[in-house]
Design a protein around this ligand. Structure first.
Ligand code: HEC
Ligand code: HEC
Length: 229
């Protein structure tokens, strides 16, 4: 009897610990705090007010995520992302969860392979651009305006004119390999946002359609274009 209940409490205990590791707690908080009203993760959410977060753990370091969550307006003063005044422990759980988001849902079920999109490379490229989160750094439709620290001009480059500066091959190489920006001042901390390498994530045909889309871009004419999802 005693042994039985001991055994039972061991099971209950282990179930509790596995359900309450930092990543699962972070996931519950992410849902509970309403992040999905503006952000998408795989098939969940679908709000268009903010960028898709399905690959956020591929594109950002935990260090940057922590800094962003602490005070998004400090990083980007005009952001529509609310500031959440949560404690260090809660923020650490949210970051631990987001750090695990490496785009698995989209590798398992790419949301850009419908027959209709496959027949229209530019539209398919646009879908790949928004769902993989290129726009989280380069802005919707590559319009730019997103900050970086310790780089000349303080901004991540706009992509609106890449067709003038790159051949298709050069563009493919840059996206595949990624790039660490040169620090403007080598004595200061290096830029926290880097161009991630996409070679292990995007397939050859996805890369081709993405480039077709990038070559179609022009500088924005309307000041506030929506996030295209
Ligand atoms: C009212 C809409 C809104 C809500 C709610 C919201 N965000 Fe955001 N979030 C944004 C916007 C907009 C951006 C993009 C920055 C910009 O364009 O100003 C963003 C950016 C981000 C980024 C950076 C993405 C990247 O790759 O650069 C992360 C991480 C993030 N949000 C996490 C969260 C978390 C976690 C929550 C919930 C606790 C949340 N957001 C709730 C609007 C929102
Ligand atoms: C986490 C932020 C981030 C994400 C996400 C991101 N980039 Fe970048 N990208 C950068 C930064 C920073 C640079 C500048 C690197 C440098 O200084 O050379 C850059 C540079 C580039 C350049 C070269 C532009 C130029 O004029 O030098 C291209 C092209 C590009 N990115 C395309 C993409 C595409 C396509 C995606 C999505 C598959 C993407 N990026 C996702 C941060 C990002």
């Amino acid at each position: 009897m005693r042994l039985d209940s001991l055994f039972l409490s061991a099971i209950v205990l282990s179930a509790c610990t596995s359900a309450s590791d930092p990543v699962s707690r972070g996931k519950s908080r992410f849902v509970g705090m309403g992040c999905l009203t503006c952000h998408r993760v795989g098939e969940r959410g679908g709000g268009q007010a903010g960028p898709d977060l399905t690959t956020v753990g591929l594109r950002h370091s935990a260090q940057w995520l922590d800094q962003w969550m602490k005070n998004p307006k400090e990083w980007k003063p005009d952001t529509a992302m609310p500031t959440y005044n949560v404690g260090d422990d809660v923020r650490a759980e949210l970051v631990a969860y987001m750090d695990t988001l490496k785009g698995k849902e989209y590798r398992d079920h790419p949301p850009w392979n419908s027959g209709k999109l496959k027949a229209d490379p530019e539209k398919r490229g646009e879908r790949i651009y928004s769902r993989t989160g290129c726009g989280a750094c380069h802005g919707p439709r590559g319009k730019g305006g997103y900050p970086n620290n310790n780089v000349v001009g303080h901004q991540i480059p706009s992509l609106a004119l890449v067709r003038d500066g790159f051949t298709r091959e050069e563009l493919k190489e840059r996206i595949a390999q990624g790039r660490r920006p040169e620090p403007a001042d080598p004595a200061q901390p290096p830029p926290l946002v880097v161009m991630p390498p996409w070679k292990d994530f995007l397939t050859e045909d996805e890369m081709e359609d993405l480039i077709t889309y990038l070559f179609s871009l022009r500088p924005a004419e309307k000041p506030n274009e929506e996030w295209d999802q």
